[in-house]
Write a protein that binds this ligand. Structure first.
Ligand code: ASP
Length: 523
């Protein structure tokens, strides 16, 4: 195994992790159907629930808000005003899925009322806390939350996270030293300017291409028409946060007031802009002092790179652990509900990654896409399993330089900046997800003018998203707000975000790598 090239080792780990993940997937627990009777009483509500096996249970809720907190699926009951007489509803297709990762226990409950599927997630720091806060899940947790599969899932998450911590440990020193070295070795500031503008042009055009691919596919498949999301239905209202304020906030982040603080907090944009300025001013100062500084950062870079190579040799273990966790922690039921949405994201990502970017490689960078993909495969597979482009950055840098033979000047500049602001997969995902939500929420395809707002905000959201797992999901709030969609609508898609995150992160890293080939060609 040790003598096998790294990309084969990682591939084997990826496949083995997937298989083990299936073996250790605790699966979903199906619950019996339930009938709920809601009776208005004393200004509040009484709910009695009854199923075949158990006795009748009754709960009292003070008001509507309390009731809906526990039973969000009853939202529709009040659609036509207050409830006056008792109502009985059938709850079917009930299942729960538990994920325990030592630090957090999450329970997802899926059920159907009046043909509408609802998903609710409950989370607590531990099993005991979960049972205490949500006593209704006590029996289910004790039966299914303490099994061997849950343990395997938790251990693999811990091992995977440890690998990611190692990568993160070197990421910031690597960015700083490599960026400064890369710029300082350009020789003069004019060359930096030329490279900078070409790189930005590449980032912008590929992100926009990705967004338009996403918009095209989601309008073609229309996965949201007929789907039901939490937050109910309604129409679009005008956005709250203006695009310009989002943009200005991002510019602010380019100018750190305390670089030590930014380094400590891992604020990528601030670190990158400060390192770039340092590199440029080393060039401008030149002479004896310029040389001392260049040598210092060059030496730091060599040491960090060597440390990175060591950590990279552990990648197969990290990838194996992440795959076991990713596969074993997924509930199967939710995939059925969201299959068309997922298909739209996959298809659009696929078009961007295997058609559009390879065309750029072939015709602009004049490199063989297949060979380039092979050279990048360790980084792409690590991006896939870790869902973090920042975490993968050390691997991306070493693959681009060692396997794809791209100069350090280019890679040290294009990759760190790209890992932060060039996220084609994330940009595409934001557009598809928001248009899906809009379709489900309004029941129709969004007008073109609004789709344009989605495109622009999706671009900003992808620039602002950090290269860490689920960052895209967090940034989606900006896009949803811009077109006046409710944030709760995200509720359901969170359940499948990990899988989509893995795919979009690989596309993010792939686009950064292709960017290196393009910029190298015009160096
Ligand atoms: N996980 C992605 C990345 O690291 C960001 C995202 O959530 O879209 O590139």
């Amino acid at each position: 195994m040790k003598n096998l090239p790294l990309h084969y080792q990682i591939l084997i780990a990826l496949i083995a992790g997937t298989l083990l993940g299936f073996v250790f997937n605790p699966g979903e627990i199906s619950l019996e159907k339930l009938s709920l009777t809601i009776t208005p009483s004393d200004g509040g509500f009484q709910v009695s629930q009854e199923n075949g096996a158990q006795d009748k249970e009754a709960y009292q809720f003070e008001d509507r808000a309390e009731l809906l907190k526990r039973y969000p699926e009853l939202k529709d009951l009040f659609a036509e005003g207050e409830l006056e007489k008792p109502v009985t509803l059938e709850v079917t297709g009930r299942s729960i899925h538990i994920v325990d990762s030592f630090k957090k226990v999450e329970l997802t409950y899926t059920r159907t009322v009046n043909e509408q599927s609802t998903v609710t997630s409950y989370s607590a720091p531990s099993g005991e806390a979960l049972v205490k806060t949500y006593p209704q899940w006590k029996v289910d947790y004790e039966l299914f939350g303490l099994g061997i599969s849950q343990k395997v899932m938790a251990i693999s998450k811990w091992v995977g996270d440890l690998f990611l911590r190692l990568l993160k440990m070197v990421t910031i020193p690597l960015i700083v030293t490599s960026l400064i070295t890369g710029i300082a070795s350009l020789g003069n500031a004019a060359r930096f300017g030329a490279m900078f503008s070409r790189t930005l042009l590449y980032y912008l055009s590929t992100s926009l291409l990705a967004i338009f691919t996403g918009i095209f596919v989601v309008n073609l498949i229309r996965p949201g028409i007929g789907a039901v999301l939490p937050g109910g239905n309604g129409s679009l209202s005008s956005g709250q946060e203006s695009i310009s304020s989002i943009f200005l906030e991002m510019i602010d982040r380019l100018v750190p007031t305390n670089i030590i603080h930014s380094l400590g907090e891992g604020e990528f944009l601030s670190i990158i802009s400060f390192s770039m300025l340092t590199g440029i001013f080393i060039l401008l100062v030149g002479g004896k002092h310029g040389k001392v500084m260049t040598d210092f950062f060059q030496a730091g870079f060599e040491v960090m790179m060597r440390m990175t190579m060591f950590i990279i040799s552990l990648a197969p273990i990290g990838v194996l652990a992440f795959m076991v966790y990713a596969v074993s922690s997924q509930g199967i039921e939710i995939f059925k509900i969201l299959s068309w949405y997922m298909a739209a994201v996959f298809l659009a990502l696929l078009i961007h990654a295997v058609v559009i970017l390879p065309c750029l490689l072939k015709f602009v960078a004049q490199r063989s896409p297949l060979e380039f993909a092979r050279a990048m495969s360790p980084a792409l597979m690590t991006a896939f399993s870790t869902a973090s482009s920042n975490g993968t950055l050390p691997l991306t840098m070493s693959c681009v330089e060692e396997n794809a033979e791209i100069s350090n000047e280019v890679s040290s500049f294009v990759l760190p900046l790209g890992a932060t602001i060039n996220m084609d997969g994330t940009a595409l995902y934001e557009a598809v997800a928001v248009l899906f939500i809009a379709q489900a929420y309004t029941g129709e395809v969004m007008p073109l003018s609004q789709q344009l707002v989605v495109a622009i905000t999706a671009l900003l959201a992808s620039i602002g998203a950090a290269g860490i797992p689920h960052a895209g999901l967090v940034m989606m709030a900006i896009v949803l707000q811009a077109v006046g969609l409710p944030l709760e609508a995200q509720g359901v898609i969170i359940a499948v975000d990990r899988v989509l995150d893995m795919c979009r992160t690989s596309v993010n890293v792939w686009s950064d790598s292709c960017g290196c080939a393009v910029i190298e060609r015009y160096r």
